[in-house]
Design a protein around this ligand. Structure first.
Ligand SMILES: [Mn+2]
Length: 350
């Protein structure tokens, strides 16, 4: 059985890209012939969005060849209660502490969903152990913060503390796959043990400037136990190119920026180049050459012409010393430090 797994769509009435992303996911699911879609929380950005979008979503989630099952996350905790109709193929696992789901086509796959919960409890752990089936492939759906060294920024908003759970607790539950949500940044797969795989699919579109790069969903084939990511073509994403200029590297840097812009030109998103560093090219010529790129893209230009410093006798003496160094990286970083130091000194002299 094939499962397309996603989370954190954050459907928002005021952001049409979120609805478009859902349509792209449904199309991809059809093309991949999946048997099931799982959504591990935050399908909706807020209860108000769920209320306003429900009839549109009902049309999208009906007349499909596969079911869609979802658990509530911290953004849509209560929205599925009260017999509301989100479509004939849609089913939310809302019974606490856990709710099980099996598909007619494959009773050997046991899916256990954990609806919104703010912190781990003994009751939950007992129920998770109880609902694991010994003669089936066990899949856990979870909206959680795994105790791996992510930064707060990797999750939606400032909510790292939401339902924290550690790897050893999860591993001990002995589920084959943990299909998770809440971590937006990117697809992240970890082997918790030789037969327990944890995956964050990454949010399928960029919601803020924290979700950078092409967006993905996860695809699990239960018969081969293979789990990978697929790029969700056409989905809105943001990307940043950071470049560091260095004397004599100016043309290479321009080539790099132009190639990057050409590559993303047809993509759906917002893109930014951030330029730092120093060079010999004068700043006006540098900016003029940037204008051609800037027509298409936002550029933050912090470039500094340091010709004067490079010609300074003190710098040239440093240069001779530095040339002794074998490694190019070391040379460059030393030169950067010296250029910066000399800028500080000469600014003070002015
Ligand atoms: Mn989220």
């Amino acid at each position: 059985m094939k499962i397309l797994h996603t989370a954190d769509l954050h459907l928002q009435e005021k952001n049409p890209e979120t609805i478009k992303t859902l349509e792209l996911i449904l199309t991809l699911a059809k093309n991949q012939n999946v048997d099931l879609i799982t959504i591990a929380g935050d399908l909706f950005d807020s209860p108000q969005d769920a209320e306003n979008l429900r009839t549109r979503i009902r049309r999208l989630f009906s007349n499909l060849d596969f079911p869609i099952i979802a658990i509530p996350g911290n953004h849509d905790e209560r929205v599925f209660k009260g017999n509301l109709d989100f479509g004939t193929n849609f089913y939310a696992l809302i019974n606490k502490p856990v709710e099980c789901y099996t598909l007619d086509i494959d009773k050997k796959v046991n899916i256990v969903g954990v609806p919104f919960i703010s912190r781990i409890s003994d009751e939950l752990l007992i129920e998770l152990a109880k609902n694991r089936k010994t003669d089936a492939l066990n899949i856990l759906l979870l909206h959680c913060t795994l105790d791996i060294s992510f930064s707060k920024d990797d999750f939606g908003e400032q909510e790292k503390e939401y339902f924290e759970i550690d790897k050893s607790t999860l591993k001990a539950l002995n589920y084959d796959f943990i299909l998770a949500g809440h971590f937006h940044t990117k697809f992240d797969r970890r082997e918790l043990s030789s037969n327990c795989t944890f995956v964050y699919p990454g949010s399928p579109l960029s919601i803020t400037w924290k979700e950078i790069g092409e967006r993905t969903v996860a695809l699990l084939d239960t018969s081969t136990r293979s789990l990978g990511s697929i790029i969700l073509e056409g989905s809105f994403y943001r990307d940043i190119l950071n470049v560091k200029v260095f004397p004599d590297e100016e043309s290479n840097i321009f080539r790099k920026m132009e190639e990057w812009v050409n590559r993303i030109e047809s993509d759906n998103g917002e893109f930014k180049i951030i330029i730092n560093g120093y060079g010999k090219m004068d700043e006006i010529s540098f900016s003029e050459r940037l204008e051609k790129i800037r027509e298409k893209i936002e550029i933050e230009n912090n470039y500094i012409d340091v010709t004067k410093i490079l010609e300074h006798p003190l710098y040239q003496r440093f240069q001779e010393e530095i040339q002794q160094s074998e490694s190019k990286i070391e040379k460059e970083s030393l030169e950067r430090v010296i250029i910066q130091a000399m800028r500080d000194v000469t600014r003070r002299e002015d």
